[in-house]
Write a protein that binds this ligand. Structure first.
Ligand code: DLL
Length: 432
């Protein structure tokens, strides 16, 4: 089912014509209303009128997170404040938060993108969505919420926290879908088991998980434990929030259709900034084609993926991005080898007798980087002898070395000893 079939299945030439019109309009708007962009255009000697085709976008300047910070809080807004109806902000683990503002039309478009996302994974107005993304400045909760209402489904605004109560209400209310981070879904599963509730016996049938990188193995694990189909959803607050891209029911391996009528995607080489062709892996760059509050031109997401342009059996003509490995700034360089935490996760989730809770601890011994991988033992295999635990540690160590080329020290730790999170999991602790 498509929520906005006319748009979601636009023939390619019509889609491109729409994108070009919107790109030209965007450039005219930001040139006229955002001094930051006017300066950028002037510096490179381009005016909005010079944009004659979509491929001209490669001549336009990028926007980076730092630009939002430098213009904190409202410097990049393109409309007067009286036209803004909502603010959100990203938490900003490093440096200042970034603030984004929405006009009523932006909120409307966002609700549509989220409603499309739900329809894309098979949800309808008959569904009840237990929304456990955080409500607040984080875009997850309210984004998921407005989309559910737009679809005509029931939104249950749980937000994060009170995990025990959440499972009870999930059961009492009969939620059919769960929206939260994949790591929180795992936590909810544990809490349910502790409360004597078997998640597989609940009416829950679909999970809409995102906001952090997760793997195919984690998907299988969650599907099995919760008795659901688990789908991947992507988004970022700077560009909108959740619903920028989402899987469909035909899809495989976490590939997600980008809402291309709203966001123009490019993949670039993160070092040179050159555009890369579809199929090649690089950094995702997004241009907001319709956004009014804080429109962004060629926003560098730092997320690493590739664009797949193979037509999809679901009928959507929007291209897909492949499952995100992580952010370029999350990439660990361990003794010269590049590794993403999600690659380590993939191996951990496959390993026998472990729970998918882990932490990667980096330290320095002299000039050398050391990596310790802490992994929880599954409850049912905690009684094993020390010897057998050591054997399993070595086995995982060997697999990591074999597949990723890095030497690690794997340590199996007690069940529940790694901290649980309600939002995005913190998998890496860098003490270097
Ligand atoms: O995480 C928006 C969101 C909420 C998306 C709920 C999906 C569901 P931010 O807090 O601004 O916004 O963080 C955005 O999270 O640049 C990615 O690095 C990461 N991310 C989001 N979704 C995925 C995903 C929200 N499905 C940043 N897979 C992005 C991998 C993801 N990483």
């Amino acid at each position: 089912m498509m929520f906005q079939r006319d748009l979601e299945s636009l023939p390619k030439d019509e889609l491109q014509a729409l994108q070009l019109r919107r790109l030209q309009d965007l450039c005219a708007r930001i040139y006229a209303n955002v001094p930051f962009y006017q300066r950028r255009f002037d510096e490179i000697g381009i005016t909005p009128k010079d944009i004659k085709s979509l491929s001209d976008i490669k001549y336009l300047p990028f926007t980076e997170k730092q630009d939002l910070r430098n213009n904190y809080p409202y410097g990049l807004f393109a409309v007067p404040k009286e036209n803004i109806v909502r603010l959100h902000a990203s938490s900003g683990t490093t440096g200042k938060a970034t603030v984004v503002g929405y006009t009523q039309r932006d909120i409307d478009n966002w609700a549509n993108c989220m409603a499309r996302s739900y329809a894309s994974v098979g949800l309808t107005q008959k569904d009840m969505l237990h929304i456990a993304y955080g409500y607040g400045l984080f875009t997850g909760g309210l984004g998921a919420h407005y989309g559910a209402e737009r679809l005509g489904a029931v939104a249950i605004p749980m937000s994060g926290g009170s995990t025990k109560r959440q499972v009870q209400l999930m059961k009492d209310f009969g939620a059919t879908a769960l929206c939260c981070t994949p790591s929180y879904a795992l936590y909810l599963y544990e809490a349910a088991k502790e409360a004597g509730i078997n998640p597989q016996e609940l009416p829950l049938r679909i999970g809409v998980f995102g906001a952090e990188p997760w793997t195919e193995n984690m998907r299988h694990d969650l599907e099995e434990k919760l008795g659901i189909k688990a789908y991947n959803i992507y988004g970022l607050s700077e560009v909108m929030g959740p619903g920028v891209a989402v899987e469909c029911m035909e899809g495989s391996h976490g590939m997600m259709h980008i809402q291309e009528d709203q966001f123009y995607p490019e993949i670039i080489d993160p070092i040179t900034g050159e555009q890369l062709p579809d199929g090649e892996e690089g950094e995702l760059v997004l241009t907001t084609l319709t956004k009014e509050g804080i429109p962004l031109l060629r926003y560098r997401t730092r997320d690493i993926t590739s664009i797949n342009n193979v037509p999809c059996a679901c009928g959507r003509t929007f291209r897909r991005i492949t499952r995100l490995k992580g952010r370029s700034d999350d990439m660990l360089i361990i003794r010269g080898v590049n590794v993403y935490p999600s690659q380590i996760e993939s191996i951990i989730v496959e390993a026998e007798g472990t729970a998918p809770h882990y932490q990667i601890v980096l330290a320095k011994e002299g000039a050398l980087d050391t990596v310790e991988v802490l992994i929880e033992v599954a409850e049912n295999s905690f009684d094993d002898t020390i010897k057998s635990l050591q054997k399993r540690e070595q086995k995982i160590q060997k697999t990591i070395k074999e597949f990723l080329g890095v030497t690690t020290k794997v340590r199996l730790v007690e069940p529940k000893s790694i901290e649980r999170t309600e939002g995005k999991a913190k998998h890496v602790i860098d003490n270097r």
